[in-house]
Design a protein around this ligand. Structure first.
Ligand code: QV4
Ligand code: CA
Length: 517
């Protein structure tokens, strides 16, 4: 009894003190991370010193670094990386040495790595037996043997799941959602001490190498109590780079668009949670669907029924919903709708709600039949032998070989900087025309104006900014003493005139105090 009480106190104290798991651990003055989906570790290492560091990015979410099954039919889909075979660090992105090199190089310049952690399951039940895996480890899905961990049949939820098929049949049943197989992926018994320890060892190895946090894949499919038991046992971050006692940042993938059996709020005491309503709603507004308009964004954030600001990780699209996987549906904006996409990302980065993640994608040959993309599986740009192509950088700073590099689009990169400049300043001086022309400021540090109506805009607004000449960071940027884009003059009284034609390449304007000329 005494012992139980003591254990309870210890758990309560640990949970209470784990506030750092909500802190993204980005360096002071940096406010966003970018998901470099399917990039090779060598390319990520390069991108850090040459681009992300100098442009104020806080870190990178990487694709799962641990061994996965190699799928040949279809040919090397991106989603094979969500089918683990072991916790060894070799994948199409690179081997363990390359991983270590990348992390070290990044940490040395203060831009950090966030690992996509696939811990709910191993590979699909129907994969079979073999060694067709990215480090060559063997597996046998019929006997549930994964000797490289090792896991065997006792480590899976086969007995706990109560459905006939062993899979999740009814998403309105929370028990099925947690204990049964998600799309036939072998579901780990997270209530077992052995499984928990194996996962903790995997994550602690990454922490010791130097990563700063984790995206917890499929968190919804694990019981919050089991997840808490795992995250509580994580080491503090490596003191070679991080202050003593820094806990890893935890952000959990829970898709909760409302009215579901499993809700995001069940997870907000463990770490942050992905707010999927954000991209779904913002897409609806910017596309002007269902009578939505930008004027309604005045109370964007918690006012729209989103989770608490300090719990949310927000994004316009992610690697799933940009290709019709996961949730969000047709409203989701992606690089395929570049003009609207830039506006949505611009709005997100200007608005104070949530911790922001930028998507960086690769192009694939979309092939819609009956509104379904038959090529939603296509993997990253790669050679015939299956190895992933490097990311070549063109002279104009864009990327080649099918890598989209949204994070390098001038408008997006400059808005990442905008967010850093206005960090901590409250949203003030909101203005709208009742339709899709809106504007707002962030303290006295920045101001942004959107024209998403089908008519030209010519307005004079109070910006709150110190008087002077500013360079619009959307149509151009400050270069030396000059400006390659529109120039905006703020008067002594903080007023400025904004002209945005509905035919402008990008119908929005953003200025901030670090882009004064
Ligand atoms: C299929 C059928 C099954 C059938 C099985 C038979 O769907 O019903 O039993 O064949 O063999 C791939 C295939 C999928 C296949 C499955 C198992 O696409 O057709 O099952 O493999 O072989 C990614 C992809 C999935 C992919 C999976 C594993 O999106 O298509 O499945 O990787 O390779 C929910 C969840 C949420 C999830 C989201 C997509 O709540 O957690 O769906 N998002 C995360 C990741 C996502 C990943 C997973 C979870 C799984 O972001 O990328 O799924 O790790 O909303
Ligand atoms: Ca599960």
């Amino acid at each position: 009894m005494m012992r139980m009480m003591l254990e309870f106190v210890v758990v309560a104290v640990l949970a209470g003190f784990s506030s750092a798991q909500f802190n993204p651990n980005v360096k002071c003055g940096r406010t966003s991370i970018v998901h470099l989906f399917e990039w090779r570790w060598e390319d990520i290492a390069e991108e850090c010193d040459r681009y992300l560091g100098p442009n104020g990015f806080g870190g990178v979410q990487i694709s799962p670094p641990n061994e996965n099954v190699i799928i040949k039919n279809p040919n090397r889909p991106w989603w094979e990386r969500y089918q683990p075979i072991s916790y060894k660090l070799c994948t199409r992105s690179g081997d363990e040495q390359q991983f270590r090199d990348m992390v070290t190089r990044w940490n040395n310049v203060g831009v950090y790595i966030y690992v996509d952690a696939v811990i709910n399951h191993m590979c699909g039940a129907g994969i079979g037996k073999g060694k067709s895996s990215t480090c060559g480890s063997s597996y046998d899905t019929s006997t549930r043997e994964f000797p490289a961990v090792p896991y065997s049949s006792a480590d899976f939820n086969d007995n706990k799941c109560k459905t006939k098929s062993g899979g999740i049949e009814n998403y309105n049943d929370a028990n099925q959602g947690r204990d049964c197989q998600l799309v036939s992926l072998l579901d780990l018994r997270m209530d077992s001490e052995y499984v928990r320890t194996s996962i903790v060892e995997f994550l602690n190895n990454l922490i010791d190498i130097g990563v700063a946090g984790f995206r917890i894949d499929a968190a919804k499919h694990m019981w919050p109590g089991d997840l808490l038991a795992v995250t509580r046992k994580l080491n503090n971050l490596n003191t070679r780079w991080f202050p003593n006692g820094t806990q890893p940042f935890i952000y959990q993938e829970v898709i909760d668009l409302g009215g579901e059996a499993i809700s995001a709020s069940e997870y907000t005491s463990i770490g942050r949670v992905t707010e999927f309503k954000y991209g779904a709603k913002l897409g609806t507004v910017i596309r002007r669907l269902n009578g939505e308009k930008m004027a309604y964004l005045k109370n964007w954030g918690e006012g729209w029924g989103f989770m608490p600001n300090d719990r949310a990780v927000v994004f316009v699209d992610n690697h799933d919903n940009q290709r019709g996987h996961g949730a969000g549906g047709a409203s989701i904006l992606t690089f395929w709708d570049a003009r609207l996409y830039k506006m949505a990302v611009g709005f997100m980065l200007a608005h104070p709600y949530g911790f922001t993640r930028i998507m960086s994608s690769f192009r694939w040959p979309r092939n819609f039949v009956n509104n379904q993309d038959g090529n939603d599986w296509v993997g990253p740009p790669s050679y015939k032998n299956g190895s992933t192509m490097a990311v070549p950088i063109n002279e104009d700073t864009t990327c080649g070989s099918g890598w989209v590099c949204e994070h390098r689009w001038r408008q997006i990169k400059n808005m990442v900087i905008f967010r850093n400049v206005v960090d901590g300043q409250s949203l003030i001086n909101w203005w709208d025309n009742g339709h899709n022309q809106v504007a707002f400021g962030r303290g006295r540090a920045g101001f942004i104006v959107f024209n998403n109506d089908n008519m030209d805009m010519d307005v004079t607004l109070y910006t709150g900014l110190p008087s002077g000449k500013y360079c619009d960071i959307i149509s151009g940027q400050k270069e030396g003493d000059g400006c390659t884009g529109k120039q905006i003059s703020v008067s002594d009284t903080g007023i400025a005139n904004f002209i945005i034609k509905s035919s402008d390449e990008d119908p929005f304007v953003a200025i901030h105090v670090n882009a004064q000329i």
